[in-house]
Ligand binder design. Structure first.
Ligand SMILES: Nc1ncnc2c1ncn2[C@@H]1O[C@H](COP(=O)(O)OP(=O)(O)OP(=O)(O)O)[C@@H](O)[C@H]1O
Ligand SMILES: [Mg+2]
Length: 324
């Protein structure tokens, strides 16, 4: 089957900055691709070229086989975009925003009305559809923008930081709508986010982009298992023999115990505990996408906010260069 999105050496230069550097990528129909990268990596620029809002400097992009440079209008019909910055009209009602979009996309009145009703239902906004958008919460606005992006039934939906600035519960709500869209409509989704948990839970594959280039591309679990080790903290007396087991890649004395990096933890934990002399406490931290990101980009992630509800750990991430 033809890929939903295909880029071949896609490049965008802004004077002396190469924002997107010879990017080649294929995304299958119905796939959700998470685009991760530090600030300025080129995520928005890539999306804007794929949506025909920016013209590539060189290379090509195809949406459902259609050349985005040669046939931008055709490609626009196939794509929906939710921008990084809020873009609905404050003074119009939710319904009016959707209606305006439907008219811009050349939908006829009847099918527009039907689609709007359906999208308001899917995004849970029916009751507020008649209110001006300025009275909406941040989460409702984002939902409205998702409804708008999907109104003309695009084959490919681009979401640039869809949950930025939302509180954790609004963010979860958006995830569940995206999950629904993915399973009901087989829409191909390309998502950029700074929330690692978001990328992990929504994406089939993750592309890590840095300085305009893709530096890793795989499923979240493959990225984690190929690049990371789980960390185990063992409190107590730990024998040298245990610390030198072949699956231990690194250890460090910490307080009254050791922090130990273990490859293949599930398989090897038993052996480690058998060899360790006297363990009074164990703490395990599974490798996360954040660890993978740090390893790949050399950028450190500062956690700005943490939430602990239902055992879910979530963090807002910022990237700062690590001085080495
Ligand atoms: N219109 C423009 N003119 C000049 N430079 C630009 C323009 N748009 C983007 N850039 C530059 O291109 C690079 C990539 O920017 P882009 O917005 O694509 O990054 P991003 O990965 O989306 O970052 P963020 O995570 O901050 O949203 C940056 O260096 C940025 O300053
Ligand atoms: Mg961006």
């Amino acid at each position: 089957m033809e890929p939903s999105v295909k880029t071949v050496n896609l490049t965008k230069k802004f004077s002396d900055i190469t924002a997107v550097d010879s990017l080649s990528l294929e995304i299958s129909q119905g796939e959700t691709l998470g685009f991760l990268g530090p600030n300025g990596a080129g995520k928005t620029t890539t999306i804007n070229m794929l949506c025909t809002l920016l013209r590539p400097t060189s290379g090509s992009a195809y949406i459902c086989g259609i050349d985005a440079v040669k046939y931008p209008l055709e490609v626009r019909k196939k794509t929906g975009i939710i921008f990084q910055e809020p873009s609905s009209d404050d003074m119009l009602t939710g319904y009016e925003n959707l209606y305006l979009h439907a008219m811009l996309y050349g939908m006829n009145k009847n099918s527009a009305e039907k689609k709007i009703k359906e999208m308001l239902f899917i995004t849970g906004l029916e009751k507020r559809a008649g209110d001006q958008v300025r009275t909406y919460s941040g989460g409702m606005r984002r939902r409205l923008e998702i409804a708008r992006g999907l109104l003309h039934e695009p084959a490919v939906l681009f979401l640039d930081e869809p949950t930025l600035g939302l509180d954790p519960s609004a963010r979860r709500e958006i995830w569940s709508y995206l999950g629904k869209i993915k399973s009901d409509r087989k829409t191909t989704i390309i998502l950029t986010t700074h929330y690692m948990e978001e990328a992990d839970s929504l994406s089939d594959r993750i592309a890590v982009i840095d300085r305009g280039k893709i530096i890793a591309l795989d499923s979240p679990s493959a990225l984690k298992s190929s690049l990371g080790e789980d960390l185990v903290f063992l409190k107590g007396k730990i024998s040298d023999q245990a610390l030198n087991l072949p699956f231990i890649t690194h250890f460090e004395k910490k307080g009254e115990g050791y922090e130990i990096a273990v490859k293949g933890l599930s398989k090897n934990i038993k052996k480690l505990l058998e060899e360790a002399e006297d363990v009074s406490e164990i703490e395990i931290r599974r490798v996360s996408l954040e660890d993978v990101f740090l390893k790949l980009t050399g950028k450190k992630i500062d956690e700005e906010g943490k939430e602990e509800s239902g055992g879910v750990f979530e963090s807002v991430v910022r990237y700062n260069s690590v001085r080495k």
